[in-house]
Design a binder for this molecule. Structure first.
Ligand code: HEM
Length: 162
């Protein structure tokens, strides 16, 4: 029992300031406008940061135009985008904090095992935001909500990468 109380405190501590209901609504509504653009999103990330593409054994060294329309590319793009969809769907409800923490910290640990660096996660973040901000109606409130969401997510990922 004591163990679970300590664990709960650690989890809440790791996600120090959960999203408000308003912020979660802004993230959800903007994500809903791009979440079916999986291939486009991953292609934008690879185009902006070829070092990220180089970490994927099946895509490394290949011309982006030649892989972008393949089923394999769509599969990977869908995995990555679905991860965000899952975390975003859980956001805005404190009862889901420990589930979000578990998902994101596993993501970090799995990527650490692949040799992915904190700098590459930051590159991914900036190209994701560039993509979203140019495909949805974007303003200071939406930007602040996304920053808050990604700050929380990345605090957990970066801890797992250490
Ligand atoms: C927040 C950002 C990211 C998310 C949400 C994400 C999500 C995922 C997911 C869901 C998978 C499949 C499940 C798994 O095997 O773990 C995966 C696999 C992978 N990710 Fe990421 N990822 C992110 C960032 C990155 C970055 C920055 C890199 C490289 C620099 C990367 C490289 C890989 C590789 C190499 C795989 C394995 C692909 C394979 O099956 O061969 N990821 N990622």
């Amino acid at each position: 029992m004591k163990f679970f109380a300590v664990l709960a405190l650690c989890i809440v501590g790791a996600i120090a300031s959960p999203l408000s209901a308003d912020e979660a609504a802004l993230v959800k509504s903007s994500w809903a406008q791009v979440k079916h653009n999986e291939v486009d999103i991953l292609a934008a990330v690879f185009a902006a940061h070829p070092d990220i593409q180089a970490k994927f054994p099946q895509f490394a060294g290949k011309d982006l135009a030649s892989i972008k329309d393949t089923a394999e590319f769509a599969t990977h793009a869908t995995r990555i985008v679905s991860f965000f969809s899952e975390v975003i769907s859980l956001s805005g409800d404190q009862a889901n904090l420990s589930a979000v923490y578990a998902l994101v910290s596993k993501l970090g640990a799995d990527h650490k095992a692949r040799g992915i660096t904190a700098a590459q996660f930051s590159e991914f973040r900036s190209s994701l935001i560039t993509y979203i901000s140019s495909h949805v109606s974007w303003g200071d409130n939406v930007a602040a909500a996304w920053n808050h969401a990604l700050d929380n997510t990345y605090a957990v990922v970066l801890k797992a990468l250490e």
